[in-house]
Write a new protein. Structure first.
Length: 120
């Protein structure tokens, strides 16, 4: 019983660390293709609200994907996406200018691009 309590508490703590919304029904889809040398994000603009970044790793090494504010503050991230693996990053975003970053090999500043969120 003690272990069940600890596991349940850990789930609650970890759940509090995410900015993921409860529903993706009205979310804006954004496709991200991360290779060893490129980070393609389509589209590069979305309306404010829930955005689902569908990250596909086509490279030969694990990668990460980040959504950053223009001052490099991390808004949301998904890590350890293995070669051939796809993972979704679901995040609520406000209007503003952002930067996307794919990190092949999970090191360095990554391959960056501009991303805009506009009021609806």
């Amino acid at each position: 019983m003690k272990y069940l309590f600890v596991a349940g508490a850990a789930v609650l703590v970890l759940a509090g660390c995410t900015s993921n919304p409860d529903s993706t029904e009205d979310a804006t889809p954004v496709a991200v293709t991360s290779s060893d040398s490129a980070c393609e994000v389509m589209p590069t603009q979305a309306p404010a609200g829930t955005v689902v970044f569908s990250v596909q790793n086509t490279g030969g090494q694990a990668t990460e994907f980040y959504l950053l504010r223009d001052n490099d503050e991390v808004v949301a991230e998904v890590e350890n996406i293995g070669p051939g693996v796809a993972r979704d990053l679901v995040v609520d975003v406000e209007a503003g200018d952002y930067v996307t970053s794919c990190k092949p090999g999970m090191t360095g500043d990554g391959i960056r691009g501009d991303f805009s969120v506009v009021d609806q």
